[in-house]
Ligand binder design. Structure first.
Ligand SMILES: C[S@@+](CC[C@H](N)C(=O)[O-])C[C@H]1O[C@@H](n2cnc3c(N)ncnc32)[C@H](O)[C@@H]1O
Length: 430
């Protein structure tokens, strides 16, 4: 039940089940086995175990932090910093903050009222719980990801003929050829089941019929040269902001560089382009006024991802002057020809406003998959592409300098499964 509830305001999503789709049947020839092992995988549930809001506002709007992790000393420090910030903001809001306030004023009722019925339905069906059965997770083991650094090194190498011609390297029944070049070729799992493969001495799961390119933004040629055109392109750029810079989680890109993404070359006519954006009015304006017009994408809708805890509370107070419990998605269509009224066959009209509600992962910036909710708005057998991805999806092509990060086996639990009685699962897609 990856879509838990749906109504005219939007969807309540179970992001973790969305990740598990396609991992019910996994095959592995790792560890030099002659015979494959069969098992099913689940993304570890503790990554989605947000049980309490990160900050709670008490009466008289006195702020006190309430995350389980903070000691009293940390509480006091955060409280003091928050007060200082609030004092400054009351005196002199800068243009960005003023813009953000205006935006918030416009959408706060949409979030508040739109969430009510979906959250209630989520409680009724038992997905959102009042009584907590699992204690909050303490520390989460995390695998050290060196993929971006490797892409950085790979971009210094001269371009090979293969990468210019863009062959797709395909997994065979025994796994991947160890000599494959992941940085200059698209790698594909053509089978109808997931595969466990060893890449650079680490184990990763490749969902059925998924393809990926692991590269820096300056090395996207294989995607363009493959000649594939996509009906849906979702991108989650590494926007420049202080929190990403401070956390040193991944490197960011200036807006001017985002314009160089080959979106027009990758977009099929009427391609739906969806961009995730942080709550900075400057970035939202940039997408709507510069980026989309530059790519010939017409802005059609702005949806909101609302983040809630397992009990259905917003993860930050809705009116918090700092972090908001929502993020924005800007949706538009690539208008390549002159006739702007042509719609993709069987695609419904895109609604201007929708809410996607889900429990966020504790992994920084991990977004819910949009494949289920966007289905009605694209053609029946669409080609889908995710840019700046950190995970793979069945039937999608994904690109980024950490594109297989969350496919690492350490993020999953596995259970043994029966061997398939037929060979249909290990059949190659038609
Ligand atoms: C906001 S995150 C994407 C998060 C992803 N949507 C998820 O749900 O996990 C942005 C990604 O862009 C990647 N990135 C940053 N600079 C890049 C570059 N020059 N080339 C390719 N990818 C880059 C980062 O490493 C990071 O993985």
């Amino acid at each position: 039940m990856s879509v838990v509830c749906v109504n005219s305001c939007g969807w309540l999503l179970d992001s973790c089940s969305l990740i598990d789709e396609g991992l019910q049947r996994c095959v592995s020839y790792c560890d030099g086995l002659d015979k494959p092992t069969h098992f099913r995988c689940c993304f570890k549930r503790e990554y989605f175990n947000t049980v309490r809001p990160h900050v709670q506002i008490q009466q008289n709007t006195d702020i006190s932090t309430s995350t389980a992790k903070h000691s009293d000393g940390e509480h006091a420090k955060i409280e003091l910093q928050t007060r200082k910030k609030r004092k400054r903001k009351r005196r002199d809001l800068n243009t960005g903050e003023l813009d953000a306030n205006i935006y918030h004023g416009k959408i706060r009722l949409v979030v508040l009222e739109g969430s009510l019925a979906l959250l209630e339905a989520g409680r009724q069906c038992g997905y959102l719980t009042e009584v907590l059965t699992t204690p909050p997770s303490e520390s989460m083991p995390s695998h050290e990801c060196r993929l971006a650094a490797l892409c950085d090194m790979a971009k210094q190498l001269p371009l090979t003929d293969e990468s210019l011609m863009a062959p797709v390297q395909t997994l065979n029944r025994d796994g991947l050829d160890p000599s494959v070049d992941l940085f200059s070729n698209i790698t594909e799992n053509p089978f109808n089941c997931a595969y466990e493969v060893t890449l650079m001495k680490e184990k990763y799961f490749l969902p059925p019929r998924s393809r990926f390119l692991l590269s820096d933004i300056t090395r996207m040629h294989p995607l363009v040269n493959s000649g594939d055109k996509y009906d849906l392109i979702v991108l989650d750029p590494p926007w420049e902001n202080k929190s990403v810079k401070r956390s040193n989680r991944y490197s960011s890109l200036p807006s001017s560089q985002l314009k160089q993404l080959p979106v027009p070359a990758l977009a099929a006519p009427e391609c739906l382009v969806v961009t995730w954006v942080t709550n900075r009015a400057k970035h939202l304006r940039f997408i709507k006024e510069e980026l989309y017009p530059f790519w010939a994408v017409e802005v059609l809708a702005e949806w909101l991802w609302v983040k809630v805890t397992r009990t259905g509370e917003f993860v930050f107070p809705l009116d918090s002057p700092h972090k908001k419990p929502y993020e924005v998605l800007v949706l538009g269509r690539h208008r390549s020809g002159t006739d702007h009224t042509v719609r993709s066959p069987a695609a419904e009209e895109l609604p201007e406003q929708r809410l996607l509600i889900s429990i966020p992962s504790v992994l920084h910036s991990q977004k819910p998959s949009l494949s289920a909710v966007l289905k009605p708005y694209i053609s029946p057998e669409p080609k889908c592409l995710e840019l700046f991805a950190r995970s793979l999806q069945c039937d999608w092509t994904s690109w980024g300098n950490e594109v297989i990060k969350f496919q690492h086996s350490s993020y999953f639990t596995r259970e043994r499964a029966e061997e398939p009685s037929t060979t249909s699962e290990t059949a190659i897609k038609q």
